[in-house]
Write a protein that binds this ligand. Structure first.
Ligand code: SAM
Length: 307
C-alpha cells in the first residue's frame, strides 16, 4: 500500500545517523519504508518536524501473526481449534499441505491421537526429513514425534561402529533407521501393524539394509533366541519401566539401555533400574511433558552377575 507522508530528505551520507536520531526521538514512522530519491534518502516521520515535506511511501507489510503450531513434514499441528488461523497458517508456508487439530491426547497401546483437519488436504500422512533421512508417517495411525530428532542424534553419537541394536518400541522407525547408520544390525519391533507397515516402507525409502522389522510384543522378545544386544532403545515413556526385565535379559554385560520414562520426580525410576540391571545409571531430562511431569532418559550400562 502507498500513502502520502511527512518525511525528511537527507543526504545519503547523513541518512543512517539521522535515521537513528529520529528513531531515538520516536519520530521515525516505522509503518513506511525509507527510500532513495536522487542523492537523498527520504525518511518518513510521524509529524511535521522542521524541514519536513510530503512524499509518497510504500507501507511496510504488517507481520502476519500465526497461531502456535508444531510442524511435522508438510503437516502443522495446531494447539487451538481455530479454522481461520489454520487457513492463515496454510497460506503462509508453501511447504504446508494440511493443518490438523488433535481431538484427543496421545492414547492407547499404540500411542496415537485422533485429529480434525482444519485446513488443506484431508490427510494425516506426510513425509518428514530429519538429518538426511526420510520418514513416511501417518499421525493418526502410528506414533511419531519430530521433537526427538536431536535425541536420536545423541544416541547415534554415543554408539560405536558395528553394534547390535534392539529398538523395542520402534514405531515407524526413526530411532532404528538413524542408528542403522553405525550399527551392524538393528532389530526393530512394534506391536502396531500400521507402524510396522510404515517402518518397512521407511527401511526401503532410506535403502537401509541392516534393519529387521518385526511385528512383536516387546515382552516376548527374550523368548525368540536373539544373541545379546550391545544397545537397546526403550521409547515407551508411560510403560517402558515394566519392560526392563525383558531388556536386561536381551542386553549383553556392559551393553547400554536407553530408557525413556515419564516421571513426576527426578530419579523416580533409579531404584527399579538399579535393581533390575545392577547397572550404572545416568539420567537426563529430555523435555517437559506437562506441569510437574518430565520426559527423562536414563542411560543404563548393564552389569550381569557372574554365573
Ligand atoms: N520409537 C518410536 C519413535 O520414537 O517414534 C515410537 C515410540 S512410541 C512412544 C511407542 C511405540 O511402542 C508405539 O509405536 C506403540 O505401538 C509401541 N508399543 C506399545 N506397546 C508395545 C509392546 N508391548 N511391544 C512393542 N511395541 C509396543
Amino acid at each position: 500500500m502507498r500513502g502520502k507522508q511527512w518525511c525528511l530528505a537527507v543526504p545519503r551520507r547523513e541518512a543512517e545517523e539521522t535515521r537513528r536520531r529520529l528513531l531515538e526521538e520516536g519520530l521515525l514512522d516505522r509503518r513506511y519504508k525509507p527510500r532513495p530519491e536522487g542523492d537523498a534518502i527520504l525518511l518518513p516521520v510521524t509529524e511535521e518536524v522542521p524541514g519536513a515535506v510530503r512524499c509518497e511511501f510504500e507501507a511496510v507489510p504488517e507481520p502476519v501473526v500465526l497461531p502456535r503450531h508444531e510442524l511435522v513434514g508438510g503437516i502443522a499441528i495446531m494447539q487451538e481449534n481455530d479454522p481461520a488461523g489454520a487457513e492463515r497458517l496454510l497460506a503462509s508456508r508453501p511447504s504446508l499441505a494440511t493443518v490438523l487439530f488433535p481431538e484427543t491426547a496421545v492414547e492407547g497401546e499404540y500411542r496415537t491421537r485422533r485429529f480434525a483437519v482444519l485446513a488443506g488436504a484431508p490427510t494425516t500422512r506426510t513425509r518428514v526429513t530429519e538429518y538426511g533421512l526420510s520418514f513416511d508417517v501417518d499421525l493418526a495411525h502410528a506414533y511419531f514425534s519430530a521433537r526427538l530428532s536431536t535425541e536420536r542424534q545423541r544416541v547415534l553419537r554415543a554408539m560405536g561402529e558395528g553394534e547390535r541394536v534392539l529398538d523395542m518400541f520402534a514405531g515407524v522407525g526413526p530411532f532404528a533407521i538413524t542408528l542403522a547408520r553405525k550399527a551392524a544390525l538393528v532389530v526393530a519391533a512394534d506391536l502396531n501393524p500400521a507402524a510396522v507397515h510404515l517402518l518397512i516402507e521407511n527401511i526401503a525409502l532410506n535403502r537401509t539394509g541392516n534393519v529387521i522389522p518385526m511385528l512383536a510384543d516387546a515382552a516376548r522378545l527374550p523368548r525368540l533366541g536373539f544373541a545379546p544386544f550391545d544397545r537397546i532403545v526403550m521409547n515407551l515413556p508411560l510403560a517402558a519401566p515394566e519392560f526392563l526385565p525383558a531388556a536386561a535379559a536381551l542386553c549383553r554385560d556392559g551393553g547400554t539401555i536407553h530408557l525413556y520414562a515419564l516421571e513426576e520426580e527426578e530419579g523416580e525410576y533409579l531404584p527399579r533400574i538399579r535393581e533390575v540391571t545392577q547397572g550404572e545409571v545416568v539420567e537426563r531430562e529430555v523435555r517437559t511433558y506437562s506441569p510437574g511431569k518430565w520426559h527423562a532418559v536414563y542411560d543404563v550400562v548393564v552389569e550381569k552377575e557372574e554365573m
